[in-house]
Design a binder for this molecule. Sequence first.
Ligand code: PEP
Ligand code: MG
Length: 905
Amino acid sequence: MTKFVYTFGGKTAEGNATMKNELGGKGANLAEMCLLKLPVPAGLTITTECCTAYYKNNCQLPAGLMDEVHAGMKNMEDIMGMKYGDPENPLLVSCRSGARKSMPGMMDTVLNIGLCSKTIPGLIKKTNNPRFVYDSYRRLIMMYADVVMEKAEGIEPADGKSIRKQLDDMLDAYKEKKGYKSDTDLKAEELQQLAEDFKVRIKEVLGTEFPDDAEAQLEGGIKAVFKSWNGKKAISYRRIEGIPDDWGTAVNVQTMVFGNMGEGSATGVAFTRNPATGDNQFYGEWLVNAQGEDVVAGIRTPNPLNDETKNEQNKHMHSMQELMPETYKELCEVRRILEENYHDMLDVEFTIQDGKLYMLQCRVGKRTGVAALTMALDMMKEGLIDEKEVVMRLSPEQLDELLHPILDAEDEKKHDVIAKGLPAGPGGAVGRIALTIEKAKEYNDAKITNILVREETNPEDVEGMRAADGILTARGGMTSHAALVARGWGKCCIVGCDAVKIDLEKGIVRIGDKQFKEGDVISLNGSKGWIYAEPVGMIKSTENPLFQQFMKLVDKYRKMGVRTNADNPIDAQKAIDFGAEGIGLFRIEHMFYGENSEKPLEILRNMILANSRAERVAALEQLEPYFLESAKKTLRVMDGKPLTFRLMDPPLHEFAPQGSKKMQETARRLHLSIEEVQKRVAKLHEVNPMMGLRGVRLGIIYPEITRVQFRALFSATCELMKEGLNPMLEIMVPLTINAAELKHQKAIATELKAEVEAKYGIKFNYKFGTMIEIPRAALVANQIAEVAEFFSFGTNDLTQMTYGFSRDDVNAIVKTYVDEKIIPADPFNSFDRECVGELVKIGVQRGRSTRPNLKCGVCGEHGGDPTASEFFYKAGMNYVSCSPFRVPVARLAAAQAAIKEERGK
Ligand code: PEP
Ligand code: MG
């Protein structure tokens, strides 16, 4: 029979840290902490496989599971010296989720399970603390009603009507009636009364009784955790993080220890290093006389763990180091042991029950890009990790985050800080205020930068948080879920800013003494926690010397080259600064867009509308100096580095004059009637322009277009060589289907090379290659390689042609296809390894069967997708080419692919 339950406790465990797939992150790490002899309350983990079985089984627990659970509970009881459901000496448990990959706050937890009329008197007698018992009991009722009786049952209450909200309101009303400020003011009998009132309300609202039976509570708790795997927020989070639906969650049933037993008890969350900056300091928050949820939920402002890490919000509060120095020392020792074992920064949860420390969780902590960089390099210095591991420690997204803009410190000085909060996620954000999730999404869809401003964020808000460029909350600490999630995404985020007062109904927010409407622009400095009432300038942050040091290591282990797609000297220089080793795609036709393009565009239009070869040649001759200048400027910047020019690949209709004004202008210029211009434009019409007169076809139908380009590129090369420079010219032909097309174009090139060499009196070298963008070309790559000296895979067109999806107008169809799970993702964004990838592999193999040293690269958008890098590396690419800003990320992804391959050997 499949083993579904693994026990841990008593300084031993059946599992260990390597078993995340089976036990989930939490279960595997609890087992590991036991093996490290750390103080962990005994418990058991039900495997993720059991969750999958539960769903397959129509939401029924697999047969025999509860027997296994009971055996595991017996083990816990023996270790802890208590008994579950026992009237004299009752053991209470928590039921917590734990997926393979951490999903902070996205699934449900129930604490204090096992409290019922049979066990309450025994626990009171044993602890001599009725207040604690009734506080635990009312918490159990609140959580159980919310998680097990409402959410797990799929009940969707109207806004503000959830059972949790109703019970919270009852609690608040009770406190108000009594004039109490904090939950801790409530007395035992008051909590007892509240618990009774809660049960009545639950029966009224949900129609069922809160179960007064330990066994029923246990089974309900386990099922509810399984069910929360398919809760709304968990599903949204999985979509964003790309976590597969069939992984399932484990359930951890663990002996309860109590941080709410009085002033000698506490609970807290800590990071073994600062997760925002990476500084090597123990960082965390804790609360006296509280249970874990109080710290992360942002209900009470938590105290600082130590003096070193006090901040704006809690600097006047007592640290654990001050109040419980002995336990703090013990916790520091735990920190040391964990880092030494995991060689990484961990995030831990702990509880102190009557002065005794217990560890409830540890996991590799989420961190900002800056923190990941700082920690990795520090840990290398400390001897905890080697160079290759340093390279593996930053995800491409984290590196990308480092390249993201921050507020310009100089400009910041010119503005007043209107309020301060906690710096929970780094970088800067300038955007319009969005007060609701919907508004943030709406702005994001309209590509308007926005800042989500909320009272507090809860996990239901993930989609809005994702859509926001920055997040600002009035409540919550550095370890609140908002902070964790934002940091994980590298989003600028400020939490716990109590100067923020929101009036949702009026759609206004006060920050300090300023008032804003939704839609007003504010600025956040997420690295400092500062807020500005106006837009502040932003700058890039790559000058960081740690970044430079890290990228050196990246290049040391990288084997695949990285080039850039650029077609002007400014982008080319930017890409070189980011470490590009050449240009993989220079789209010649881009000189007809943007600044200073009016004149060449006019001439291009004349060329397009020419009625005869003579007219066309005349226009082309006028264009030649522009081609030459454009090529020369970028070749100059790229001196000594290869530059691949692609012959013009313009969908011609895009350049034809559109609208009557443009047509009239053109008519005047060409001395034609407007009707004649209209006629000529109409002649250019193609039903499928993406499959029409594009790419090499243009050069074959009108060889004079190819001629002028070769002449300009060769002349640019000669002129730069005369200046003593070293232009490394590569020319590629787009949209090829066979070798004959290339031979046709190569003949023109050979003729013009001789002509230009004679004119300048020098000899030069260049490489002649092609793009592989049509499935046919990949299949006859062996023939094509007889002419082409290199291949560049144009995966944009190759995807279009493989799927038969038009690049220009298939968006709506693709969206429905993805929603309906007909295809897993948009293949234009997410490289389709299965088929487009297969064609790429075939293209490389067949090409090299003819020409073993054939240079191969990728210049479609997928070249900059770090998730595709490993594939391209394994397919044998010499390089990938991507936009300038993606270059560092592509370098990192290439290095990680090489290290992974080596480790796999
Ligand atoms: C491609 O098709 O992948 C490519 C790089 O060319 P373009 O996007 O210009 O068609
Ligand atoms: Mg293309």
